[in-house]
Design a protein around this ligand. Structure first.
Ligand code: PA5
Length: 444
């Protein structure tokens, strides 16, 4: 299997190699904390050896459930938010055809519960009205409001369409083994269920059934995805692959040099949601205790025509991490045109990908010249096994980087603040005091 590579020569105008190297001990220490469980948040390290612990029987079971959903449904709606949504969405988008998004082997995978959009849900209901559909409802806590609302609405619709008994056969719940409202509901209704391990946090759960089932329903090879992750896990933990260490060291060296914002850049629109997944992974893991790199993302060359100006000449507080894809899956060349009215004959015969690569190289050189350090992550192709490698690499680097930053990379206390206010405003039972306080604040 071809490996991904992390190249850091594009940052050396900003931080010297010796500065990056000065983080080596902290990075090694961070990796040791991940493996020996001596760091903060050590009750959430289940993801560290998760890839190699995934059993064939679990994969077979997931593939069998996916096959049955595919057989019985034209559409499967995966309901979840945050870590219970972004991993599956990222992989399905990356592997899917751009114009038959989520549509494989006759089954379309759509998402809900990742927002509280009334129009979104109403339009989804309308779309599903004349279709055979199924539901995968995913929530580790089993109590998150957004997916709970979406599930209540779609469950009712499915039951109306099929009757309660038949509907039950088309609903799969993925949640905690024992706790939470979704577990109680799933047990009461007798749904097929999968467990999210206690020691795997939401944003590290893409390689559990949370990500694997929707990805399998969409028709992609979850065994290859897991194989890629296993390979990266072994190489990272036995020290033969230093990519995660290098990335963690370099981004911390840049952060401490005033580069507070990291922009993950792609030149392939299929990677848009991989960046969304990455933003959650790094944002929730590092943004705490009033510190942490702000993770942002752009899709190029599209965003060179919107954000390119800011990146080239705006405040010099940013660095870029570019995902470079070596090989595209398809081949398309620019045709020769006798009249040449558009003046494009100078690139006639070239592959589109060659032009894209020149745009990428040209941009990288311009940004480095403009004071934007560049890290490059080179991946051989957008394939399941490569995505597996990339996912594990980003997860491991995130844990190491969080420990270098001296935060607990595995909690997210900050996400509770909006929920408290929302519950108070909605007058949720148990939030009476908060309701009173917030109404006072609002002058009511
Ligand atoms: O990373 C996390 O833990 C969170 O972002 C969760 O994934 C997100 O809040 C959804 O939580 P749950 O799966 O409990 O519904």
């Amino acid at each position: 299997m071809e490996k991904i590579q992390v190249l850091t020569d594009g940052v050396l105008d900003t931080v010297a190699q010796s500065t990056i190297d000065s983080y080596a001990a902290a990075a090694a220490n961070g990796l040791a904390k991940l493996t020996d469980g001596t760091g903060a948040g050590n009750d959430f390290l289940g993801w560290v050896k998760l890839p190699e612990e995934i059993t064939l029987s679990l994969l077979d079971d997931i593939n069998a459930t996916a096959a049955s959903l595919r057989e019985n449904c034209e559409v499967v709606v995966a309901i979840g938010i945050g870590g219970s949504y972004l991993g599956a969405k990222a992989v399905i988008e990356a592997l899917g055809n751009s114009f038959a998004a989520y549509k494989h082997q006759g089954t379309q995978v759509l998402f809900a519960g990742q927002n509280i959009g009334e129009d979104y849900l109403a339009e989804l209901q309308e779309y599903l009205a004349d279709k055979k559909f199924g539901i995968i409802v995913i929530s580790k806590s089993g109590t998150t409001t957004e997916p709970a609302i979406a599930f209540r609405i779609l469950k009712e619709q499915l039951e109306k369409q099929l009757g309660t008994e038949e509907a039950r056969k088309r609903i799969v719940a993925i949640t905690d083994e024992h706790r939470g409202a979704l577990r109680t509901l799933a047990n009461t209704e007798g749904y097929k269920t999968y467990v999210i391990p206690d020691n795997v946090g939401g944003r590290f759960s893409v390689l559990t059934p949370v990500g694997l089932l929707p990805i399998a329903v969409a028709g992609y090879d979850i065994q290859a995805l897991v194989n890629g992750a296993v390979e990266m896990e072994k190489a990272t933990l036995n020290g033969s692959d230093k990519s995660a260490l290098t990335y963690a060291m370099t981004r911390n060296a840049l952060y401490n040099n005033g580069k507070k914002i990291e922009i993950l850049v792609n030149y392939n629109p299929k990677l848009h949601f991989l960046a969304e997944w990455w933003k959650q992974l790094y944002g929730e893991s590092e943004g705490k205790d009033n510190k942490g790199i702000f993770p942002a993302a752009v899709d190029n060359t599209t965003d060179l025509h919107s954000m390119g100006q800011w990146i080239q000449e705006g405040e010099r507080t940013i660095f870029e991490t570019v995902i470079s894809v070596e090989n595209s899956q398809r081949e398309l060349r620019i045709p020769f045109d006798e009249a040449n009215l558009d003046g494009l004959n100078y690139i006639a015969g070239k592959r589109i990908d060659e032009v894209n690569k020149m745009a990428e190289l040209g941009t990288r050189l311009a940004h480095i010249d403009g004071g934007v350090p560049n890290i490059r992550i080179v991946i051989p192709a957008i394939e399941a096994s490569v995505l597996g490698q990339l996912i594990y690499f980003f997860e491991a680097a995130c844990g190491i980087s969080g420990y270098i930053l001296d935060v607990n990379p595995f909690n997210q206390p900050g996400v509770e603040a909006y929920k408290r206010n929302m519950f108070a405003l909605l007058k949720k039972p148990g939030y009476e005091k908060e309701t009173e306080a917030i109404q006072k604040k609002l002058g009511k």
